[in-house]
Design a protein around this ligand. Structure first.
Ligand SMILES: *Cc1c(COP(=O)(O)O)cnc(C)c1O
Length: 373
């Protein structure tokens, strides 16, 4: 009986660098700089460099990054923010926290990212910003989104929580709109040992606003220019991320190789739609998801063989109970809904072996109906 193949194996990534993590964490303990502080500042500088951006701000989560980005852009009650329904819930939640209303547009059938052609129809006089989501590690088609935003004086906030190091026409994801938002949730391409996130921006004014909001609205100690929140990154998380950042590009490269291997193994199987890398994009394959009709059967067989898999995401945000009040009904966003019903995420992490990928692909193919072979 061959070993199980997990959906994600963080230990495979962490074990070889255990001594480095221990030393980095020990240094934070010795320094006593647990909430914010010099280790966070050092990571911010390194992450800004990695993203080809001027400023990075270390935060407590990706959700906080989206929230502070919206607040810094002046989004509040009465405003509308356009985003997509096939994302993690946090994208819409952040909009709701500000008092603004999430407005959804459907996605492109092949890339599963925001369909820019639908933006004009979704706009009202209250629209203030657009949040494209770089889903599964592939940047949305930003140029037409930016052109739309410029036409109507809107802000563009990139949800790059799944796209550390991805590129759009040679530029780094997150560095192209007004603000880019990242999550360092443990399972992301760059993951902390707990919760963490960051914003990046080339706009000093927006950066400064987010910096003050992150720290109770303090401009200097105990002097508060506004009511903020506590969104500081932990020193220990920054230390862990500092150990991992130098290896991110290599890990992303391996993910790309794995995706190419999966694609090759699924070639000729018409029942399996493999992810399309758009010609403008360099994806970092946070998730490798195929589209299939008979998802349940494939999942059942994968589970039986000890192979991990997942669904991202089974219920689109506009049909979540939490957003019942927005009044969307099934059929509102047919592409997103169909995609949510058919996507199946297969094991994807840098340390996967070629042999493991072959085994996963073999089980997927075995589970297809005979007519497909
Ligand atoms: C993970 C994720 C978030 C939220 O990040 P957290 O760090 O978990 O708060 C937001 N948007 C997308 C697309 C994500 O994948």
């Amino acid at each position: 009986m061959p070993d199980n193949i997990p959906f994600l194996d963080l230990n495979a990534q962490h074990a070889p660098r255990r001594a480095e993590f221990d030393a980095a964490i020990a240094a934070v303990i010795d320094s006593g700089a647990f909430a914010g502080g010099p280790v966070v500042a050092e990571f911010e500088s390194d992450f800004a460099d990695f993203c080809d951006s001027d400023h990075a701000l270390g935060l407590g989560s990706g959700t906080e990054a989206l929230w502070l980005a919206l607040l810094a852009c002046g989004i509040g009650p009465g405003d509308e923010v356009i985003t997509v329904p096939n994302s993690f819930m946090a994208t819409a939640e952040a909009i709701t926290y500000t008092g603004a209303k999430p407005v959804f547009v459907d996605v492109d059938e092949r890339t599963y990212t925001m369909n820019p052609a639908l933006l004009e129809k979704a706009r009202t006089s209250r629209t203030k910003a657009v949040i494209p989501v770089h889903l599964f590690g592939q940047p949305a088609d930003l140029d037409p989104i930016l052109a739309f935003a410029r036409r109507h004086d809107l802000r563009v906030i990139e949800d790059a929580a799944q796209a550390h190091g991805a590129e759009y026409k040679g530029r780094k994801a997150g560095s192209i709109g007004d603000i880019g938002c990242f999550s360092f949730y443990p399972g992301k391409n760059l993951g902390a040992f707990g919760e963490a996130g960051a914003t990046i921006t080339g706009n000093s004014e927006l950066h400064e606003k987010m910096r003050v909001l992150r720290d109770h609205g303090q401009v200097r100690k105990y002097h508060h220019s506004m009511v903020g929140w506590n969104c500081r990154m932990d020193g220990i998380q920054a230390a862990v991320l500092g150990v991992k950042l130098p290896h991110l590009s290599k890990g992303n490269e391996r993910r790309r190789q794995h995706a190419a291997t999966y694609n090759r193994l699924f070639q000729g199987y018409e029942e399996i739609v493999v992810p399309l890398e758009a010609d403008y994009a360099r994806s970092v394959y946070h998730i490798y998801a195929i589209r299939v009709r008979e998802r349940e059967e494939i999942m059942r067989l994968l589970e039986e063989k000890g192979i991990g898999c997942g669904i991202h995401y089974p219920v689109p945000i506009h049909l979540q109970e939490a957003y019942r009040d927005l009044g969307y009904a099934p059929g509102a966003f047919p592409v997103a809904e169909q995609v949510c019903a058919e996507l199946l995420s297969l094991p994807m992490f840098p340390e996967l072996s070629e042999e493991e990928i072959e085994r996963v692909a073999e089980v997927v193919k075995q589970s297809l109906p005979v007519s497909a072979l």
